[in-house]
Design a protein around this ligand. Structure first.
Ligand SMILES: [Zn+2]
Length: 547
């Protein structure tokens, strides 16, 4: 009896002491395989979250002994990763494409484009008919289309159909008329394609602006709707940070407002377009890092895209003699913006696809950066590089911002444009990564699918979803799964100077994480693009669940 009583007291005391010493958390995740993606690439089984941040990570025993929380999730061994970050995307354009544009991605012929445009117009019945995503390289006839049929079908409605890369459009006669384009119109850094002196409706690079300027701007309500739809789709794919690579001031302020009102939970790296309005607003106050929104970079373009032959090459295109592509602005334009950005402490992120475009920008950056530095100026795409130019990335600490699905989308035809020699140092993602030991990965959506798992798959397998080519495309430039995971989590956070706040699951960082139904670090390669997102969390709050 005495012993029983003593035992009772003892158990009570132990229970009380355990109760008293347990630290309160908001959420505990345990019995999981948690890839923290910290600098040691440690894998743990549990972590605790408090006030939207990771309190600590460790073993189930360590976490459950020390913490208690109203919500404790047993993940039954499932894989958990930091929330994915798309380092180069166009979030607002993607949203607008969801609500305004006919989706022409994957069309196999121009006839199919016309069918989709008709179905879209029957539903929306708007005056302007907009579409996006055609790619003549996917058709039997890979020549540019012309607007003859569009003129016949839509004599009274302006129609503008944007090519997959966003660097060319097909406009019908009504749209060209409203934009005031005639066969005599000339534009620096752009091309108005003619056939026997007549307009074909194809406009390339800077020529797009003439027609885009007359398309009525979306209202704030439309944009809000677009952003919320885009956010929903991004959460469903495990993205917790996205990028908007080039926005005007009003749109950046709209993102900020929607975040502050609690409507947009997704974190956004908004690069500003090089407008005077943006410079006046942001250069005077300095870079913004408020946890949700980062505004620390200016986005520039040196050239166009490879598919539309706008990328600026050192030697002519292999499939178009005498054609080098286009430089979009005079040299002093780049110098003057780099000077302003350098002075204001902002990054410069320049779209560069061709080997000449890349060289011009790398040499321009080098004049300002002078040597190794921590300015994190970036080359967006860094797609075709001359073998002599890789060293600039390392010598001047320039960050490559790559899109691994561009490689697997372009691999069918890129060699036609570049020939057998230049293709060897194109899409050279591993070689680029090795220059600084890290790089940013993204999709450039809506140009590519928004899925970060497809980005990861393309980076490691360098095959399309059907597994072609069976040996992978130029496998010497494949990333390891470990590097590929860094490239969609911690490295893009570093690419926007946000690596102290996010990008890995470490104490003090935001609790942005994603639970997958399979472990992408170990599952068979071919299943990676089919892995399902089970849930997505931002600041410890569930924002998506398929369970
Ligand atoms: Zn882009």
């Amino acid at each position: 009896m005495k012993y029983t009583f003593t035992l009772f007291i003892l158990i009570t005391l132990i229970a009380m002491s355990t109760f008293q010493t347990k630290t309160k958390a908001d959420l505990i995740v345990y019995n999981a395989k948690v890839y923290t993606v910290d600098s040691d690439f440690s894998v743990v089984t549990a972590f605790a979250v408090k006030d939207g941040k990771v309190l600590t990570t460790g073993s189930d025993k360590a976490i459950l002994d020390q913490y208690e929380a109203p919500e404790q999730i047993n993940e039954q061994g499932r894989a958990v990763y930091p929330g994915f970050n798309d380092g180069h995307s166009h979030f607002l354009s993607y949203g607008m494409s969801l609500i305004r544009w006919a989706d022409l991605v994957g069309t196999q012929s121009f006839e199919e484009v016309l069918d989709k445009v008709k179905a879209h117009h029957d539903q929306l019945k708007s005056f302007w008919i907009l579409g996006r995503g055609w790619d003549q390289n996917d058709w039997k006839n890979t020549d540019y289309p012309d607007n003859t049929l569009l003129n016949r079908l839509y004599p009274n409605n302006p129609v503008v159909l944007t090519r997959i890369d966003g660097h060319a459009v097909l406009a019908n006669a009504k749209a060209l008329e409203l934009a005031g384009i005639t066969p005599q119109t000339k534009i620096e850094g752009g091309e108005i394609v003619l056939d026997h002196g007549k307009l074909t409706g194809v406009l390339i690079d800077n020529a797009l602006d003439i027609v885009q300027m007359v398309i009525p701007e979306a209202t704030q309500e439309e944009k809000t709707k677009a952003l919320l739809e885009a956010q929903r789709n991004c959460f469903a794919e495990g993205l917790t940070t996205v990028t908007d690579a080039g926005l005007d001031k009003a749109d950046i302020l709209l993102l900020d407002r929607l975040q502050k009102e609690g409507k947009l939970d997704i974190r956004i790296y908004a690069m500003m377009s090089p407008t005077q309005e943006n410079f006046d607003e942001f250069f005077t106050t300095g870079p913004v890092h408020n946890g949700r929104l980062t505004v620390s970079a200016v986005k520039l373009y040196i050239d166009g895209a490879l598919g539309s032959r706008g990328a600026l090459l050192l030697k002519p295109y292999s499939d178009m003699p005498g054609h080098f592509g286009l430089r979009l602005h005079p040299m002093d334009y780049y110098d003057s913006i780099c000077a302003k950005a350098y002075k204001a402490g902002f990054q410069v992120n320049t779209h560069a696809i061709g080997d000449s475009g890349n060289r011009i920008m790398l040499q321009t950056y080098a004049r300002f950066l002078k040597g190794k530095n921590d300015r994190r100026w970036r080359i967006e795409h860094a797609q075709v590089l001359s073998p002599e130019d890789f060293h600039y990335f390392g010598d001047y600490s320039v960050i490559p911002s790559i899109q691994s699905t561009h490689c697997t989308s372009d691999m069918y035809w890129a060699e036609k444009r570049l020939g057998p020699v230049r293709i060897k140092t194109a899409y050279a993602y591993k070689q680029l990564m090795e220059e600084n030991g890290w790089e940013v990965n993204g999709t450039d959506f809506p140009i590519e699918d928004i899925s970060p798992l497809k980005t990861f798959y393309a980076a490691v397998a360098r095959k399309d979803i059907k597994g072609w080519p069976s040996g992978g495309f130029e496998m010497e430039n494949a990333l390891s799964r470990r590097d590929a995971l860094y490239s969609v989590t911690l490295w893009p956070a570093k690419g926007s100077f946000d690596e102290k706040q996010k990008g890995s699951l470490e104490p003090g960082k935001v609790a942005d994480f994603v639970v997958l139904d399979q472990d992408i670090m170990n599952c068979p390669e071919a299943t990676i693009p089919h892995v399902k997102v089970l849930s997505t969390y931002v600041s410890g709050k569930k924002v998506y669940s398929s369970r």
